[in-house]
Design a protein around this ligand. Structure first.
Ligand code: FRU
Length: 484
């Protein structure tokens, strides 16, 4: 494998070939970060859903492994999670001291293949006794069955204070996250329901419940409940007592982990070493057009892994997301600007389609300013800021190939409100061939978008209209490929 095809990300995970969607079974064990993912072993669009597998020691360089959990003649293997069963609560470990990894996932069952819409979903488990290399499906499946058509995406984690496993899982149509508890991963009892709440415009998928440290308050944390909704995501912040999650943010506030079009089904790692902040990984694609993006022989990438913290902003708890530190190891040449004033447009003295950019912008009162990447031939993707409306936006309408799908063409623009911090906007951007991830103001707001520019369009331009923008500092690093 070369990983050198047009649009192939160089530091975002992609399967070498075929279709991928949600990250699944994120778990850290024995020095390895496991990444399982929704995968079609037979083709480059959705189907035959199975769990693909890769491992990494740093969350940046990935080693692809054999298909972990394949579909069988009865079930497709939908999204789910993975736990380290340290005390062998499941009894799957046979030799003394043997620690099973247990995967908990949704079985998607189509009893009559001529009627694919008459499906059922229930929860299955599988286990590995060789550190995730090979998997065996439990012969007592299903372990949780509500006889529902839609009931999916179990995220299981160990809840220390209650000495039990907790499962967060969705009833998609009802906009409900259910919590179930278990002591052996094989029998589950219903604990509580959360929802409908927040954004209920579309079906809920892929929940996660996790504890996130509060920045600047060592030892303090809050619980965050995340869910996906077809094309976007939301989160709630509050407390979990082992049974119930209580949202403490204002009920009418809708908060999104990402305001761009291409961040979905994100979930966090289980079993991270003590002291490590939670790590969130999302699917950098969108169901509206994802199956026709112009890449081959693969489709879809994961976002960069993001470390999580919380901070209070007014009366609202918000997530701070930072690209994981190990990405620093890819940094190559740096080009730096100091004390620049932009009025109109200025070309930055570096180029590249695999870069990291970190810049502070101080816009004049009504200025519209920002940076254009993948610039060339009159095209670019615009990461802009409107100082008047305090909106940060991505405009990809003239960023290259936007014609492959009319839903992609229809979604050219995304924005989010980002108040200046001490008059400043900090933009920390990762651009990787066909993905741009923008972390604004220390990750308080993030936007992720795909683009499909010509390989020769690699210019970087800063702009400021309707007034000047001061740039006290801007740095651009070329990043090396994680596929070596
Ligand atoms: C989310 C999702 C999940 C489901 C999986 C199927 O993207 O629809 O709800 O488990 O994808 O591939």
């Amino acid at each position: 494998p070369t990983y050198k095809e047009p649009f192939r990300p160089q530091f975002h995970f992609t399967p070498y070939h075929n279709w991928m969607n949600d990250p699944n079974g994120l778990v850290y064990y024995k020095g390895e970060y496991h990444l399982f993912y929704q995968y079609n072993p037979m083709g480059n669009t959705w189907g035959h859903m199975s769990w693909g597998h890769a491992v990494s020691r740093d969350l940046v360089r990935w080693q692809p492994l054999a298909l972990a959990i394949p579909e069988d003649d009865k079930n497709m293997i939908f999204s789910g999670s993975c736990v380290v069963d340290k005390n062998n609560s499941s009894g799957f470990g046979k030799k003394p001291g043997q620690i099973p990894l247990v995967a908990i996932y949704t079985a998607h069952i189509i009893p009559d293949k001529t009627k694919p819409d008459d499906y059922q979903q229930n929860q299955h488990i599988a286990y590995s006794l060789d550190d995730g290399r090979t998997w065996k499906k439990y012969d007592g499946n299903p372990v949780l069955d509500l006889k529902k058509k839609d009931f999916r995406d179990p995220k299981v984690f160990w809840y220390g204070p209650g000495k039990k496993w907790i499962m967060a899982i969705v009833l998609p149509q009802e906009h409900i996250v259910q919590f179930h508890g278990s002591t052996d991963l094989k029998t589950w009892s219903h604990l509580s329901d959360f929802g409908p709440a927040g954004d209920t415009n579309d079906i809920w998928e892929c929940p996660d419940l996790l504890q996130v440290p509060i920045t600047g308050q060592p030892g303090k944390s809050k619980w965050v409940l995340i869910n996906s909704q077809q094309t976007t995501m939301q989160y709630f912040v509050g407390e979990f007592d082992g049974i119930r999650f209580q949202n403490e943010n204002p009920a009418d506030t809708i908060l999104r982990p990402d305001y761009g079009p291409d961040f979905y089904a994100a979930v966090t790692y289980n079993n991270l070493p003590p002291g490590q902040d939670p790590v969130l990984l999302g699917w950098a694609n969108n169901w509206k057009y994802g199956q026709s993006i112009p890449t081959s022989p693969w489709r879809s990438a994961m976002s960069v892994p993001r470390s999580l913290r919380l901070k209070k902003s007014g009366n609202t708890w918000i997530l701070l997301q930072q690209p994981v530190k190990s990405l620093l190891s890819l940094r190559g040449n740096v080009t730096e600007w100091k004390s620049k004033i932009i009025s109109g447009e200025t070309v930055f003295p570096a180029k590249g389609q695999v870069i990291e950019l970190d810049a502070d912008l101080i816009p004049a009162k009504n200025a519209i300013c920002g940076v254009r990447l993948a610039a060339g031939g009159g095209q670019s993707i615009i990461i802009g800021y409107n100082a008047d409306s305090a909106k940060l936006y991505i405009d990809r309408s003239n960023s290259g190939n936007t014609y492959f799908n009319n839903q992609f063409a229809a979604w050219q623009y995304s924005s989010a409100r980002v108040p200046l911090q001490d008059g400043k906007l900090r933009l920390h951007i990762f651009f990787d061939k066909s993905i741009v991830e923008v972390f604004a103001n220390d990750g308080a707001t993030v936007l992720t978008a795909q683009l499909f520019p010509s390989a020769t369009h690699d210019g970087i331009e800063f702009f400021s209209e309707k007034g000047p923008t001061r740039i006290p500092i801007a740095k651009v690093w070329s990043l090396s490929s994680a596929w070596k």
